[in-house]
Design a protein around this ligand. Structure first.
Ligand SMILES: C[S@@+](CC[C@H](N)C(=O)[O-])C[C@H]1O[C@@H](n2cnc3c(N)ncnc32)[C@H](O)[C@@H]1O
Length: 427
């Protein structure tokens, strides 16, 4: 029995069929099975998820009828492992998936055996370029519906660049300047021979995270945070006063904003267990200028009416902008989900507008790149709220797409994850 294959299958089933988070399932499974080859299981699980759409097409080309979801996962594993992992011999691979298939369905073993052999002996042939959407989707492992959405507002060349962009494998971090200066932190990185590359600010950088994690002395001196997430806090421009962060868990932005002790921050979330994450985060970093509130951003809290200088709506979204870092983002997501999210996003923005003082700022952000969750939400809001106007956003030294104050971070232009910011001022 190949333990790595069976464990990978169990994790993939939880992620693909039960919609669990890959990082959580992987950690749980690896902790319970300390004797397996961790690197191999991680490679198989992430590899299959990163190529999910391409592998599904590969299987589709080699069967007459698509199998049930459990069997499809096994065949995707065969497709992935046979093309990329030399340490598992093909006979062991076929044996193991046939055994796993038998447990799912006693009649499936012959089918799995035959299709696995076909997958092993053939190569992935991309769809014809004439079917542009399918071709881009299979080639770049990008959902067709997202490509169609992008094509509504961009030309083909732009969409092709966007879906095929490769981002750095280094991790973006921010120095915790409450404890150490950026200069001193860089000296420590050099001392421990940790490779880093510069990013937009002197206190942000891209690092070799696996190496950094091993140096416990540096633990509290930095936080992992994407560059757009840092930029959105800086763009908010909060120098002093009260800040409401309506959707704040796990707390990346609230904790960064709290570095400025002149700010009084109210960090909210609809989920108690997620609010606990910020509490823990704040405790870890000795942050005291944050109040924690369990609050649904779509429901009005009269005590907060016209009460805040700055209101940040970093709303729940389809996360399409972070697909390169989180390969499970595309799974089981449809255009309808994005439409449903845009309804919630609008409700949060509209309700939050009531908390902004006259002259105050209402800032909307997402980590997605499609208009229905970004530009369209803001446009609808502005149509219904003449007391708000867009303000200009300046992001120097980064090729952000700036359309009359609406900033989209397209990964092919910014080389960051995808993101969106709209900054509104109450008249
Ligand atoms: C994109 S995340 C926020 C990330 C956070 N701002 C940060 O920087 O770490 C969206 C958050 O919104 C929360 N959320 C979802 N629906 C909500 C609602 N109706 N009201 C308030 N929070 C909500 C989710 O629980 C999630 O924690």
């Amino acid at each position: 029995m190949n333990k790595e294959l069976s464990l990978s299958y169990m994790i993939l089933k939880k992620v693909i069929l039960d919609k669990s988070y890959v990082s959580i399932e992987l950690n749980k499974a690896l902790q319970k099975n300390p004797n397996v080859n961790t690197a191999l299981v991680t490679k198989i699980v992430y590899g299959v998820l990163e190529k999910d759409i391409t592998l599904e097409y590969f299987v589709e080309c080699n069967v007459n009828k698509m199998p049930k979801p459990e069997i499809l996962i096994l065949l995707k594993m065969v497709g992935y492992v046979s093309k990329t992992i030399n340490s598992i011999p093909t006979f062991a691979l076929v044996n193991e998936v046939v055994n796993l298939a038998k447990k799912e369905d006693k009649y499936a073993s012959g089918f799995v055996n035959a299709v696995s052999k076909k997958l092993i002996s053939s190569q992935i042939v991309l769809p014809s370029k004439k079917d542009k959407i399918k071709y881009l989707s299979v080639k770049n492992n990008y959902p067709e519906w997202v490509i169609k959405e992008l094509l509504k507002s961009h030309d083909e060349k732009f969409v092709e660049d966007l879906v095929s962009v490769n981002l750095t494998t280094l991790t973006h971090i921010r120095v915790n300047r409450s404890l150490i200066s950026a200069r001193e932190f860089k000296i420590k990185l050099e001392l421990f021979e940790i490779k880093y590359e510069p990013s937009l600010y002197d206190y942000t950088m891209y690092v070799d995270y696996a190496k950094l994690l091993k140096v416990r002395d540096l633990d509290k001196l930095y936080v992992v945070q994407g560059l757009p997430s840092i930029i959105t806090c800086n763009v908010l421009g909060a120098i002093e006063g009260k800040v409401l962060d309506t959707c704040s868990a796990p707390g990346g932005k609230a904790i960064f904003l709290a570095e400025n002790k002149n700010l009084d921050i109210f960090a909210c979330d609809i989920h108690g267990h997620r609010l606990d994450l910020i509490k823990k985060y704040a405790k870890n970093y000795d942050v005291t200028n944050i109040h924690f509130c369990l609050q649904d951003g779509t429901k009005f809290n009269p005590a907060w009416e016209n009460n805040f200088d700055y209101v940040l709506c970093d709303v729940p979204c389809s996360n399409l902008g972070v697909s390169r870092k989180k390969p499970d983002v595309f799974l089981n997501k449809t255009l309808n989900d994005a439409k449903m999210l845009s309804g919630i996003q609008y409700q949060i923005l509209e309700n939050s507008a009531r908390y902004v003082k006259s002259g105050g700022i209402l800032q909307y952000s997402t980590c997605t790149i499609i208009d229905i969750e970004n530009k369209c939400v803001i446009e609808k809001f502005l149509k219904n709220h003449k007391d708000f106007e867009l303000t200009e956003i300046k992001v120097p030294n980064l090729n952000v797409s700036n359309e009359s104050g609406l900033c989209t971070f397209y990964p092919n232009l910014t080389h960051t994850e995808g993101f969106f910011i709209g900054r509104l001022k109450k008249k």
